[in-house]
Design a protein around this ligand. Structure first.
Ligand code: ZN
Ligand code: ZN
Length: 344
């Protein structure tokens, strides 16, 4: 599958990416170690990558971003390293030590980066895959209940901001891709309580029909699918979540026992108007007696298109700190759709 953002190979060789994850960011025996003080400007001049493995320590790559931003006037010469931005490793993994980066293995998220510096960062620093301007708001839907839904996005300035996370489960690793400008920051920690909660509930209830009602890019729905459930239905009102959930079903289809994933919409459809209230089917996937679906719409309208009996639903609403809203969503789901419901 071609990358829907850059048309390039961002989504290729995903099986190798998963398989090689453990050694991906490890230094070789010739690698140098560089740890910079993040509270000060980098006292550092650019050095060539390790001659043996071609990687560089993460801090050196961030220092290069800082230097370009300072040269372009985005940062004061006295600004600390940490003021430059946040490096997001691609693919995101639970790391035991500071990573050593090869080419196209980091998305740089920055509040102060401008277009000119972003272009230079992507052109001059091969480890950086894309530069995103952080507008200061968490990307996604802020409010869906009004007449005009409110949402926030960040802005891709240069390169491609498609990035993956790899989560470990008891069954098999789950790899999920997203476009970072349109996704909240999530990062595998090695022990991911939401994935554990999902697996636990599935083992407990053995559902025939499982719904991931606010699926994001599909992490929990795919984790559930690893347990051989015949029907999995994933849904999100945020188009940039639903579309990537469909892509991620395809990327993980081997571990899910799916033969084919048909995606019915284009990325352009999402970009026109990223929030939907009425459900629209994004994808169907079949294989080995299974039928998985991805929908794009408000979870409370999903009942119109769900099977008559839903056994188990996970509701992982974004902004879960709003307990009143969460409790209301769960109560409404139990009343209108039924079955067991859990918040991971
Ligand atoms: Zn791409
Ligand atoms: Zn090396």
């Amino acid at each position: 599958m071609k990358c829907p953002v850059c048309g390039g190979p961002c989504l290729e060789n995903t099986a190798d990416v998963v398989q090689q994850r453990e050694g991906r960011f490890l230094p070789c025996s010739s690698c140098r170690t560089t740890i910079l003080d993040k509270q000060s400007p980098p006292s550092f001049r650019r050095k060539a990558p390790c001659p043996a493995c071609g990687k560089r320590p993460l801090d050196e790559v961030v220092a290069d971003c800082w230097t370009i931003m300072a040269e372009e006037g985005d940062l004061a010469p006295t600004a600390p390293v940490m003021a430059a931005g946040i490096p997001l490793i691609h693919p995101g993994l639970a790391l035991m030590a500071p990573p050593h980066l090869g080419d196209a293995s980091m998305i740089f998220l920055s509040r102060s980066v401008t277009q000119k510096a972003a272009d230079r960062i992507v052109a001059e620093i091969p480890e950086v895959k894309g530069v995103v301007h952080d507008g200061g708001e968490v990307p996604g839907i802020a409010e869906i209940d009004g007449t005009t839904p409110e949402y926030h996005t960040n802005t891709l300035l240069a390169g491609c901001d498609v990035r993956a996370n790899i989560f470990e489960t008891e069954e098999a690793p789950v790899i999920v891709f997203m476009q970072q400008s349109y996704a909240h920051i999530e990062y595998p920690r090695g022990f991911d309580p939401k994935l554990v909660a999902t697996a636990t509930e599935i083992i407990r209830y053995q559902p025939e029909v499982f719904v991931d009602a606010a699926c994001g890019v599909g992490t929990l729905g795919i984790t559930a699918g690893q347990h051989g459930i015949p029907r999995v239905i994933m849904n999100d009102a945020w188009g940039y979540a639903a579309y990537w959930a469909a892509v991620n079903l395809d990327v993980n289809r081997r571990t899910l026992g799916l033969d084919n994933v048909d995606i019915h919409i284009t990325y352009g459809n999402i970009q026109e108007n990223p929030v939907r209230k009425e459900p629209l089917k994004v994808a169907d996937a079949f294989g080995d007696g299974k039928h998985y679906e991805v929908w794009w719409g408000d979870l409370h309208n999903l009942k119109e298109v769900l099977p008559k009996k839903v056994d188990l639903t996970v509701i992982d609403l974004f902004g879960k700190e709003n307990r009143v809203k969460m409790a209301d969503a769960v109560r409404r789901w139990k009343r209108e759709t039924g079955g067991e419901v859990f918040i991971p």
